[in-house]
Design a protein around this ligand. Sequence first.
Ligand code: HEM
Length: 155
Amino acid sequence: MKLYNWFLLGLRAVVLTCAMAVAHASGTLYEQIGGEAKFRAIAQEFTNAILADDRINFTFADADVKKFTQLIFEQLCNLTGGPCKYTGRDMHEAHAKLAINNAQFNAIAEDLYIAFDRVHVPYRLQNKVMVMLAPMQRDIVKPGFVAPGTTPPPR
Ligand code: HEM
């Protein structure tokens, strides 16, 4: 085979590989992350990380932890375009009695990053989920609530 033909063959292989990569990336975020098994593992590791986190685990003292893990699975699945219905309460209602502050909200975000790392979700995909969760802060953090021992932000 002539060198020119080898070159064309190589070029086709490169184009095909790129096309496959694009096709893969165009699935839902749910599919890109790895579907049901992966999201169940994320939800479980998230719960584990929260329960081991002394900054926030006390808020779960009276919670049904198994139910929470299931609802987090449904919520993350639904948000990322998966085939799930979220059957829990809205974020304002679920957190209204907990007097959650910004530091605690950031702590739970860190715990989700820990869960993502434990099940090997690529960082760029982790951040796509985080961007979807960030706007929930206004429903979860109690307005004007200042944690004991901290200084309110300047006005
Ligand atoms: C983006 C951040 C968060 C998301 C996506 C989230 C999501 C959820 C979901 C889906 C539920 C279940 C709702 C239901 O029971 O119907 C829930 C419940 C709960 N969340 Fe969050 N949450 C977040 C932040 C936080 C923070 C910062 C804390 C505490 C520091 C917290 C503490 C709790 C507790 C204790 C429950 C159980 C409430 C109960 O059983 O009555 N959450 N959350």
